[in-house]
Design a protein around this ligand. Structure first.
Ligand SMILES: Cc1cc2nc3c(=O)[nH]c(=O)nc-3n(C[C@H](O)[C@H](O)[C@H](O)COP(=O)(O)O)c2cc1C
Length: 191
Protein backbone atom coordinates (compact mmCIF):
# COMPACT_ATOMS: atom_id res chain seq x y z
CA UNK A 1 0.00 0.00 0.00
CA UNK A 2 1.30 3.43 -0.93
CA UNK A 3 0.01 6.94 -0.38
CA UNK A 4 -0.69 8.74 -3.63
CA UNK A 5 -1.72 12.33 -4.23
CA UNK A 6 -3.50 12.98 -7.52
CA UNK A 7 -3.25 16.60 -8.68
CA UNK A 8 -6.08 18.00 -10.78
CA UNK A 9 -5.54 21.55 -11.96
CA UNK A 10 -8.42 22.29 -14.30
CA UNK A 11 -10.94 24.54 -12.53
CA UNK A 12 -13.40 25.19 -15.37
CA UNK A 13 -17.05 24.72 -14.39
CA UNK A 14 -17.63 21.93 -16.93
CA UNK A 15 -14.12 20.51 -16.84
CA UNK A 16 -13.44 17.10 -18.33
CA UNK A 17 -10.37 16.36 -16.23
CA UNK A 18 -12.38 15.19 -13.23
CA UNK A 19 -13.27 12.05 -15.21
CA UNK A 20 -9.62 11.07 -15.61
CA UNK A 21 -8.95 11.84 -11.95
CA UNK A 22 -11.89 9.65 -10.85
CA UNK A 23 -10.75 6.81 -13.09
CA UNK A 24 -7.24 6.93 -11.62
CA UNK A 25 -8.59 7.18 -8.07
CA UNK A 26 -10.73 4.05 -8.60
CA UNK A 27 -7.84 2.11 -10.14
CA UNK A 28 -5.43 3.05 -7.35
CA UNK A 29 -7.98 2.12 -4.69
CA UNK A 30 -8.55 -1.26 -6.40
CA UNK A 31 -4.82 -1.79 -5.78
CA UNK A 32 -5.30 -0.87 -2.10
CA UNK A 33 -3.51 2.45 -2.25
CA UNK A 34 -4.51 5.43 -0.13
CA UNK A 35 -5.48 8.24 -2.47
CA UNK A 36 -5.94 11.95 -1.92
CA UNK A 37 -7.29 14.13 -4.71
CA UNK A 38 -5.67 17.56 -4.64
CA UNK A 39 -8.33 19.32 -6.66
CA UNK A 40 -7.55 22.94 -7.51
CA UNK A 41 -11.26 23.68 -7.96
CA UNK A 42 -12.13 22.36 -4.51
CA UNK A 43 -9.21 23.79 -2.55
CA UNK A 44 -9.00 27.16 -4.31
CA UNK A 45 -5.43 28.14 -3.55
CA UNK A 46 -4.93 31.81 -4.43
CA UNK A 47 -2.65 32.78 -7.29
CA UNK A 48 0.74 32.29 -5.72
CA UNK A 49 1.81 34.97 -3.28
CA UNK A 50 3.72 33.13 -0.58
CA UNK A 51 4.82 29.53 -0.92
CA UNK A 52 3.99 27.27 2.02
CA UNK A 53 7.62 27.34 3.17
CA UNK A 54 7.59 31.16 3.36
CA UNK A 55 5.08 31.17 6.22
CA UNK A 56 6.13 30.77 9.82
CA UNK A 57 5.61 27.19 10.92
CA UNK A 58 1.91 26.44 11.35
CA UNK A 59 0.89 29.93 10.17
CA UNK A 60 -0.01 29.23 6.54
CA UNK A 61 -3.71 29.24 5.57
CA UNK A 62 -5.44 26.04 6.70
CA UNK A 63 -5.90 24.62 3.21
CA UNK A 64 -2.21 25.12 2.43
CA UNK A 65 -1.19 23.41 5.68
CA UNK A 66 -3.46 20.49 4.87
CA UNK A 67 -2.14 20.10 1.32
CA UNK A 68 1.45 20.42 2.50
CA UNK A 69 0.92 17.54 4.96
CA UNK A 70 -0.77 15.37 2.34
CA UNK A 71 2.06 15.95 -0.14
CA UNK A 72 4.79 15.44 2.45
CA UNK A 73 3.19 12.17 3.55
CA UNK A 74 2.81 10.80 0.03
CA UNK A 75 4.94 8.17 -1.73
CA UNK A 76 4.20 9.45 -5.21
CA UNK A 77 2.17 11.86 -7.31
CA UNK A 78 -0.01 11.58 -10.37
CA UNK A 79 -0.53 14.79 -12.30
CA UNK A 80 -3.73 14.98 -14.31
CA UNK A 81 -3.14 17.66 -16.90
CA UNK A 82 -5.27 19.15 -19.62
CA UNK A 83 -3.62 20.81 -22.58
CA UNK A 84 -4.24 24.56 -22.72
CA UNK A 85 -2.40 26.11 -25.68
CA UNK A 86 0.12 23.27 -25.64
CA UNK A 87 0.90 23.73 -21.94
CA UNK A 88 -0.56 22.59 -18.61
CA UNK A 89 -3.43 24.62 -17.06
CA UNK A 90 -2.40 27.55 -14.89
CA UNK A 91 -4.42 26.06 -12.00
CA UNK A 92 -2.20 22.99 -11.96
CA UNK A 93 1.06 24.93 -12.11
CA UNK A 94 -0.20 27.31 -9.44
CA UNK A 95 -1.03 24.47 -7.07
CA UNK A 96 2.30 22.71 -7.69
CA UNK A 97 4.29 25.93 -7.15
CA UNK A 98 2.94 26.47 -3.62
CA UNK A 99 5.06 23.58 -2.36
CA UNK A 100 8.64 22.41 -2.80
CA UNK A 101 10.53 20.10 -0.43
CA UNK A 102 7.32 18.14 0.14
CA UNK A 103 7.89 16.53 -3.26
CA UNK A 104 11.56 15.67 -3.02
CA UNK A 105 12.81 12.12 -3.72
CA UNK A 106 9.42 10.75 -4.78
CA UNK A 107 8.31 9.73 -8.27
CA UNK A 108 5.57 11.31 -10.31
CA UNK A 109 3.50 10.15 -13.25
CA UNK A 110 1.56 12.13 -15.83
CA UNK A 111 -1.95 11.48 -17.14
CA UNK A 112 -2.85 13.99 -19.83
CA UNK A 113 -5.97 14.53 -21.87
CA UNK A 114 -7.46 16.77 -24.52
CA UNK A 115 -10.40 17.28 -26.81
CA UNK A 116 -8.31 16.41 -29.84
CA UNK A 117 -6.30 13.43 -31.03
CA UNK A 118 -3.00 14.03 -29.25
CA UNK A 119 -4.22 13.42 -25.70
CA UNK A 120 -2.46 16.42 -24.20
CA UNK A 121 1.04 15.04 -24.72
CA UNK A 122 2.47 18.46 -25.57
CA UNK A 123 1.41 19.75 -22.15
CA UNK A 124 2.74 16.59 -20.55
CA UNK A 125 6.19 17.15 -22.02
CA UNK A 126 6.31 20.69 -20.61
CA UNK A 127 5.14 19.45 -17.24
CA UNK A 128 7.83 16.80 -17.09
CA UNK A 129 10.55 19.46 -16.87
CA UNK A 130 8.71 21.18 -14.00
CA UNK A 131 8.37 17.94 -12.06
CA UNK A 132 12.05 17.08 -12.53
CA UNK A 133 13.02 20.50 -11.14
CA UNK A 134 10.89 19.79 -8.07
CA UNK A 135 12.66 16.53 -7.30
CA UNK A 136 9.82 14.26 -8.36
CA UNK A 137 11.07 12.74 -11.62
CA UNK A 138 8.44 11.21 -13.87
CA UNK A 139 8.13 7.56 -14.76
CA UNK A 140 8.70 6.80 -18.47
CA UNK A 141 5.15 5.71 -19.30
CA UNK A 142 2.50 8.38 -19.66
CA UNK A 143 -1.26 7.99 -19.77
CA UNK A 144 -2.58 10.21 -22.57
CA UNK A 145 -6.33 10.36 -23.17
CA UNK A 146 -7.35 11.75 -26.58
CA UNK A 147 -10.94 12.80 -27.32
CA UNK A 148 -11.68 13.02 -23.62
CA UNK A 149 -15.42 13.58 -24.10
CA UNK A 150 -15.76 10.14 -25.69
CA UNK A 151 -13.34 8.34 -23.36
CA UNK A 152 -15.07 8.26 -19.94
CA UNK A 153 -18.53 8.78 -18.48
CA UNK A 154 -19.20 11.35 -15.74
CA UNK A 155 -18.20 8.86 -13.03
CA UNK A 156 -14.85 8.18 -14.66
CA UNK A 157 -15.85 4.80 -16.04
CA UNK A 158 -14.10 4.10 -19.36
CA UNK A 159 -16.30 3.99 -22.46
CA UNK A 160 -13.52 2.14 -24.26
CA UNK A 161 -12.22 -1.07 -22.69
CA UNK A 162 -8.70 -0.24 -23.92
CA UNK A 163 -8.27 2.12 -20.94
CA UNK A 164 -8.63 -0.75 -18.49
CA UNK A 165 -5.75 -2.48 -20.27
CA UNK A 166 -3.53 0.58 -20.74
CA UNK A 167 -3.75 1.61 -17.11
CA UNK A 168 -2.11 -1.64 -15.97
CA UNK A 169 1.37 -0.87 -17.33
CA UNK A 170 1.16 2.75 -16.15
CA UNK A 171 0.29 1.79 -12.57
CA UNK A 172 2.58 -1.27 -12.44
CA UNK A 173 5.46 0.99 -13.37
CA UNK A 174 4.41 3.76 -10.98
CA UNK A 175 4.19 1.27 -8.10
CA UNK A 176 7.67 -0.04 -8.92
CA UNK A 177 9.12 3.45 -8.78
CA UNK A 178 7.26 4.35 -5.59
CA UNK A 179 8.58 1.25 -3.87
CA UNK A 180 12.13 1.78 -5.16
CA UNK A 181 12.19 5.41 -4.03
CA UNK A 182 10.65 4.53 -0.65
CA UNK A 183 13.34 1.92 -0.05
CA UNK A 184 16.04 4.41 -0.97
CA UNK A 185 14.53 7.17 1.24
CA UNK A 186 14.79 4.81 4.21
CA UNK A 187 18.59 4.94 3.81
CA UNK A 188 18.47 8.74 3.97
CA UNK A 189 18.42 11.51 1.40
CA UNK A 190 21.22 13.88 0.32
CA UNK A 191 19.26 16.91 1.63
C1 LIG B 1 -7.65 27.76 -22.88
C2 LIG B 1 -7.75 26.46 -23.63
C3 LIG B 1 -6.74 26.07 -24.46
C4 LIG B 1 -6.81 24.85 -25.14
N1 LIG B 1 -5.75 24.46 -25.89
C5 LIG B 1 -5.74 23.22 -26.42
C6 LIG B 1 -4.57 22.70 -27.04
O1 LIG B 1 -3.56 23.36 -27.13
N2 LIG B 1 -4.61 21.44 -27.54
C7 LIG B 1 -5.72 20.65 -27.42
O2 LIG B 1 -5.69 19.52 -27.87
N3 LIG B 1 -6.84 21.11 -26.81
C8 LIG B 1 -6.89 22.36 -26.30
N4 LIG B 1 -8.00 22.81 -25.65
C9 LIG B 1 -9.18 21.94 -25.55
C10 LIG B 1 -9.05 21.06 -24.31
O3 LIG B 1 -8.32 19.90 -24.65
C11 LIG B 1 -10.43 20.65 -23.77
O4 LIG B 1 -11.25 21.79 -23.61
C12 LIG B 1 -10.33 19.93 -22.45
O5 LIG B 1 -11.59 19.46 -22.07
C13 LIG B 1 -9.77 20.87 -21.36
O6 LIG B 1 -9.71 20.25 -20.10
P1 LIG B 1 -10.76 20.62 -18.93
O7 LIG B 1 -12.14 20.40 -19.53
O8 LIG B 1 -10.48 19.65 -17.83
O9 LIG B 1 -10.53 22.04 -18.55
C14 LIG B 1 -7.96 24.03 -24.98
C15 LIG B 1 -8.98 24.44 -24.13
C16 LIG B 1 -8.90 25.63 -23.44
C17 LIG B 1 -10.00 26.02 -22.49
Amino acid sequence: MAKVVIFLGSVRHNRQGIKVAKFLEDKLKERSHEVFLADAQKYELPLLDKMHKEYEEGKAPEVMEMLSKKIRGADGFIMVTAEYNHGPPAGLKNMIDHFQSEYFFKPSAIASYSDGSFGGVRAAIHLRAVLAELGMPTIPTMFPVPKIKEAFDEDGKPLDEAYNRRIVKFLDEFEWYMEAFANQRKKGTPY
